[in-house]
Every structure is written in structure tokens, then in C-alpha cells.
Ligand binder design. Structure first.
Ligand code: ACO
Length: 356
């Protein structure tokens, strides 16, 4: 059998309409636009409204990616949804997304914090290389605003909600993943943590009163980890791919903090015009950050067929994930419109319909 490669044939992203600026936050949190911008580069973030769910945001991003790829529900062989804020602890949110999209394939959720999308992309690429699956959707989605303590200024100002998705399809034309690295430093697992609910800390009134359900972060420890890990991991995946930074057309780092990105840019001596930064508009959308940045870069023509991309992420775990990924040739779109289930939110609840 000829060698198979992953061609990225569709992309899409979704962010809730509700935009919250730093000045909006400063009305109820003891913070300022100046502090947030100077420490993180964030100017605003999208915050989910009552009707938004991780599943519906994932489905919308995936639907846009499928439409863009010209792929129909029955063509999809596997779905991966990366998130750390699923609708429920059980079932996996990927099953809800699968249902909302009208897919009949297997689906799984990867819960690897901000690195989940890159972990998912690497997993999808393995299935494609082995010939197990031909067409795979990978989504990164986060509705993190409902897991934040809005009285904790050290975390709540940094995050935002959204989703991004790609469609990978097997091709015999060389493209796709040239190299990757998946890393974990589990000894630092408490650096970013929501203690409850989980089997270590089941829900009790006392734990809720102590606000153990909200995301806590040791910002300085994560900052140190990110600045040392991002550049080093990028160097290693470039070496594995036998490339130098010059041969990369676009670097797409996890959008946690503009200062962390600037540090990596300096360390790697990268030209700033080759680095995607949108943290100013979205904040840290965790597992959604890399796919939203990737989808925007593709939609704006900043990333083009044949380009070599470097994706690098870090986050809870602490984990990191990097890949060098070549965009393949454009594919001829299917003339048929996808018969996708559309999730329409009404006041009465969720109503399913079909895209016309
Ligand atoms: N507004 C005003 N002041 C604040 C705020 C705020 N929102 N938050 C903290 N401060 C204060 C602190 O209380 C502290 O005051 P003190 O000196 O009187 O105690 C002061 O500002 C400085 O705080 P530091 O923590 O030293 O601020 P620092 O410069 O380290 O920046 C930040 C903090 C932005 C969190 C930084 O450490 C960082 O970016 N860390 C990385 C976070 C990250 O990337 N996370 C991504 C992974 S998340 C995931 O995977 C889910």
C-alpha cells in the first residue's frame, strides 16, 4: 500500500458574539486594562452566553470546517474533540458533537488542557497514516468561563471561550505531519488545576463553599515552564523534521500570553510576521486557541497550500505538544451539500434542523 499522508482540507472556528473588554472586567474585578494588557497582551475575550455549550460551539466550528472541505456527514470516519470543559463529566462531549453533526462514526474526547488539540491532531494523523480512517474531524473547544472564579483576578482576566476545527483527509501526495512531540511533566500537575468535582474531591457543600470547583493557576510557575518548553520543543521537532526555522512559513503558538509568545520568538530568532498572534482578541481559549489561530490564518490566506506550519502548545498537566505540519494541495470539493444537522438554540431549548 502506498504511504498515506494527512491533508488538511477544511477549517473553521466559532466564538460567542458576546465580547468582554478589559474595561468591562474592571467594573466588577479589581483590575485594569493597563495591567491586563501589559502582563498578557489581552484586550478582549469572547464569553459564552447562556445558550452556548462546549458541544454546540464545537459543532458550529466543525460544521464550518466540513462545509469548507465539502465533506458530508457520512464521509467522516472519526471525530476527536479536545477540551477541558466538557458539557458533562459523563458522557464524553464528543458523542454529543457527533450527534449534533449527524455523524455515524466513532468519537472520542481528549482532555489534555491547552495542548489537547495538538494531541488530537497527532492522534488523527496516526489513524490516517495506518489507513484505519480516511477522513477525521479534530476539534479544540473550550467554554472555560463557567469554570473560572470571577472573584479571582489572577485567573479570570486571562481566559476566553471558543472553538476551532479541522478536517484531515488521507492522500498519497506527500504533506501533513513531518514530526511531532507530545510531552508531560506530571510532577507539576497542581500548577493548573480545578480540584472538584473529581474522584479525588467529590462534590460536597464544604468544597463548593471553598470554591474548589474553579480553575486555579500558579501563573509564575506556568510562565517559567512555558518560556523554557516552547522554544526547546520547537527546536526538537524542527530537528526531527530536518528543517531550520527559516523553512517554516508560519508559527502558530498557543495563545496564552503575548509575553510568552514574544519570548519564544526572540529565543528562536523568528521574524514576527511569521508568527500568528490573536490573544489580544480572544484571550487564552485553552484547547481552542491553536485551532482558532490556525483557522484564522487559513481563512485570511496567511497560511497557503504547500506551506510548512509549526504548531506548539503548552498547558495543564503540565503538558506540551508541537508539530511541523505541511499543508497539502487544495482538493476539489464535493458538489453535494452536506446534509448536516444544525443545532438551533431557541428559548425552549435545543432544536435540531437541517442546513438547507
Ligand atoms: N489585575 C491587577 N493586578 C493583578 C491581577 C489583575 N488581574 N492579577 C494579579 N495581580 C497582581 C498580583 O496580586 C500581584 O500583586 P502583589 O505583587 O501585590 O502580590 C501583582 O499583580 C503581580 O502578580 P504576578 O503573578 O507576579 O504577575 P505576573 O507578572 O507573573 O503575571 C500572569 C501574571 C499574567 C498570570 C503570568 O504569570 C502568566 O502569564 N503566566 C502564564 C499563564 C499561562 O500561560 N497559562 C496557560 C496555561 S492555562 C491552561 O492550560 C488551562
Amino acid at each position: 500500500m502506498a504511504r498515506l499522508y494527512s491533508n488538511l482540507i477544511g477549517w473553521g472556528h466559532y466564538a460567542p458574539d458576546n465580547i468582554v473588554t478589559n474595561n468591562d472586567l474592571a467594573k466588577f474585578v479589581d483590575t485594569s486594562d493597563e495591567w491586563i494588557q501589559s502582563r498578557s497582551g489581552i484586550k478582549q475575550r469572547h464569553i459564552a452566553e447562556e445558550h452556548d455549550l462546549t458541544s454546540t460551539m464545537s459543532s458550529e466550528a466543525a460544521r464550518r470546517a466540513m462545509k469548507q472541505a465539502g465533506v458530508e456527514a457520512e464521509d467522516v470516519d472519526f471525530l476527536i474533540v479536545a477540551t477541558s470543559s466538557p458539557d458533562y463529566m459523563t458522557p464524553p462531549v464528543s458523542s454529543q458533537v457527533q450527534d449534533q453533526l449527524g455523524l455515524t462514526c466513532g468519537a472520542m474526547t481528549t482532555l489534555v488542557g491547552c495542548t489537547g488539540f495538538v494531541y488530537g491532531l497527532v492522534t488523527a494523523d496516526q489513524f490516517i497514516q495506518t489507513g484505519a480512517f480516511k477522513t477525521i474531524i479534530v476539534v479544540g473547544a473550550e467554554l472555560i468561563s463557567r469554570n473560572l472564579d470571577w472573584e479571582d483576578r489572577t485567573t479570570c482576566v486571562l481566559f476566553g471561550d471558543g472553538a476551532g476545527a479541522v478536517v484531515l483527509q488521507a492522500t498519497e501526495t506527500p504533506c501533513g505531519m513531518r514530526s511531532f512531540e507530545l510531552g508531560s511533566e506530571g510532577a507539576s500537575h497542581e500548577a493548573i488545576i480545578a480540584y472538584c468535582p473529581g474522584t479525588a474531591e467529590p462534590i460536597t457543600h464544604e468544597r463548593i463553599d471553598a470554591r474548589r470547583q474553579y480553575l486555579r493557576m500558579n501563573g509564575r510557575e506556568v510562565f517559567k515552564f512555558a518560556t523554557t518548553t516552547m522554544g526547546a520543543s520547537l527546536k526538537r521537532v524542527l530537528e526531527k523534521a530536518q528543517l531550520t526555522p527559516d523553512s517554516v512559513d508560519l508559527f502558530i503558538p498557543h495563545q496564552a500570553n503575548a509575553r510568552i509568545i514574544e519570548y519564544a520568538v526572540k529565543q528562536m530568532n523568528l521574524p514576527p510576521e511569521k508568527v500568528v498572534v490573536n490573544v489580544d482578541r480572544y484571550g487564552n481559549t485553552s484547547a481552542a486557541s491553536v485551532p482558532i489561530a490556525l483557522s484564522e490564518a487559513l481563512s485570511e490566506g496567511r497560511a497557503k497550500p504547500g506551506d510548512t506550519l509549526a504548531l506548539v502548545a503548552f498547558g495543564a498537566g503540565l503538558t506540551w505538544a508541537s508539530t511541523i505540519f505541511d499543508l497539502g494541495p487544495p482538493v476539489a470539493k464535493s458538489p453535494k451539500r452536506a446534509q448536516l444537522k444544525e443545532t438551533v438554540i431557541s428559548e425552549e431549548g435545543i432544536v435540531e434542523g437541517l442546513i438547507a
